[in-house]
Design a protein around this ligand. Structure first.
Ligand SMILES: *Cc1c(COP(=O)(O)O)cnc(C)c1O
Length: 488
């Protein structure tokens, strides 16, 4: 059966998966959602035999139904190859009693690679299928990891350009170095004076600016998005929830059919929403534990029903989760309420009053961890097992510990590990021992390598010695003009 996509805010146009991927966001500013979430059409028992690529094909064909088998396999095989430093692509690691699904073995050593390695292929294929003649301009706001992963994915991809905005003081030194040294004639990176929410809001506005879109179309450009508002980002993330489950069965942690929990370090709610889709498709999931840092809007929402961004934005040691407006929550509101009208009303309330009230789904539990708790977790797990978590994964680990202490839920759990500790080496070291306080962020890479007895991942080796190519800094009010100037 063909799955069609429609807007969460009621726009009457249905589009195919490939059209939704090209458009990125619906014309009325809503997000594309599948008109029904398909169930798996294979026996769950089979997944323990599948390679990552085979599993990706079995899952994605159910959602991206207008792609042919050949097209989909081309996209999957081009994405999940030697770019990853392990043939498993997303290995499950055990440390003490915890299971970590490591999603950081791609080119930019963060989980964004899981989706952004395949998105350029899905998009190029979609443009061809739909007769799009214009050059596709990827506009991206990043809290640090999406930007680099999108740059790597789209650099020198024919028929595309990519413009990335990151908050000047809101990303780690390594994240920044990764972005400003990006090569590729079609790439453009600018720092903005503002936080991630400012950048994301400005970029979303451009997507619905019909005047600007018409003007640029004249010049031969169309916009698309590499943020997790694009369904082409979300769909590939469903795959690794099945893959984690298969590995839990294969290593004897669970029996086929048992339910498991996932704890997910959450910002924009994209990763965890993919887990929700996996559950809806038939994966035996009990709870999805949504872990926040000090910007705990989601924790408050899941525990009280009140979503309220009228609060201070806190810069933490897990910058990719420093978000108050979690875009993908809109999709959950839509699925749970079953009503575009209701979703639109909640989103209007959010943009007008900065808040709304809604009873979320019992599939989710909220937890959070402070910076001190995050540091404690990194250091205690390291001392117990030698395993080093990054700061985001450590938020999830801490949140999970708090969750089991409070709930006594003994369902087997997988912690979704979203970044390599090397990406946040300075803070990870500071957590391990106060003697590393104030260490130079690049010297920290060598030190972490010595401490953890692991090799510095190739993508960031000598990153501080590469040429800085992108030096622009602009005010958040200048984003639109900047985009225009780049496309004229
Ligand atoms: C993006 C990111 C997150 C948050 O993921 P969402 O899908 O936005 O919820 C968590 N950790 C890291 C390292 C990230 O890059």
């Amino acid at each position: 059966m063909d799955i069609m996509f429609k807007s969460t805010r009621g726009d009457k146009n249905y589009v195919t998966a490939s059209q939704a991927i090209v458009k990125g966001i619906a014309d009325d500013g809503g997000l594309f959602v599948p008109d029904n979430i398909p169930s798996i059409d294979f026996d769950l028992g089979e997944i323990t035999h599948y390679s990552y690529r085979e599993l990706a094909y079995r899952v994605l064909r159910l959602i991206l139904t207008d792609y042919t088998e050949e097209e989909l396999k081309y996209c999957i095989n081009s994405a999940y190859d030697e770019k990853f430093d392990t043939p498993l692509i997303a290995p499950l690691a055990k440390a003490g009693s915890a299971n970590f699904l490591e999603l950081f073995h791609g080119k930019t050593i963060a989980f964004k690679d899981m989706a952004l390695s395949i998105l350029p292929y899905l998009l190029k294929t979609a443009a061809k299928k739909n007769g799009v003649k214009e050059e596709i301009v990827i506009l991206t706001a990043t809290s640090g990891d999406t930007g680099k992963a999108a740059l790597e994915g789209f650099a020198d991809v024919e028929g595309t350009r990519i413009i990335v905005f990151y908050p000047e003081d809101g990303v780690s030194d390594v994240q920044k170095a990764q972005m400003v040294t990006q090569k590729g004639a079609n790439t453009c990176v600018a720092a903005i004076k503002g936080n991630f929410d400012d950048a994301q809001t400005a970029v979303k506005k451009i997507f619905t600016d019909n005047e600007l879109k018409a003007e640029l179309k004249q010049n031969g450009f169309v916009f698309s998005s590499a943020n997790s508002i694009n369904i082409g980002r979300l769909a590939p993330q469903i795959v690794y929830y099945f893959y984690a489950y298969a590995q839990m069965v294969n290593n004897g942690s669970i029996n086929m059919g048992d339910k498991i929990n996932f704890t997910v370090p959450t910002g924009n709610f994209g990763n965890i929403l993919a887990g929700y889709y996996a559950k809806q498709m038939g994966l035996p999931v009990n709870k999805l534990i949504c872990a926040s840092n000090d910007n705990k809007v989601l924790y408050d929402f899941l525990t009280t029903g009140d979503y309220d961004i009228n609060r201070d934005f806190i810069v933490t040691v897990s910058p990719s989760m420093d978000i108050l407006i979690s875009s993908n929550l809109e999709r959950l509101l839509y699925h749970v309420s079953g009503s575009a009208e209701k979703t639109k009303e909640l989103m209007s309330s959010l943009s007008e009053n900065g808040k709304y009230t809604f009873k979320a789904s019992p599939d989710f539990v909220g937890e959070y961890a402070t910076i001190a708790e995050t540091f404690d977790s990194i250091s205690s797990l390291y001392k117990e097992t030698g395993y080093v978590m990054d700061t985001h994964t450590a938020v999830a680990y801490s949140a999970y510990k708090k969750y089991i202490a409070a709930s006594k839920d003994d369902t087997p759990n997988v912690i979704v590990s979203t970044a390599s500790p090397y990406k946040f080496a300075k803070d990870v070291l500071r957590a391990i021992d106060s003697k590393f306080d104030g260490i130079d962020p690049f010297k920290a890479l060598d030190t972490l390598s010595e401490e953890s007895k692991t090799a510095i991942p190739a993508p960031i080796k000598d990153i501080d010695k590469r040429e800085v190519i992108h030096k622009t800094v602009i005010d958040r009010t200048e984003i639109k003009d900047f985009v225009k100037s780049r496309l004229n």
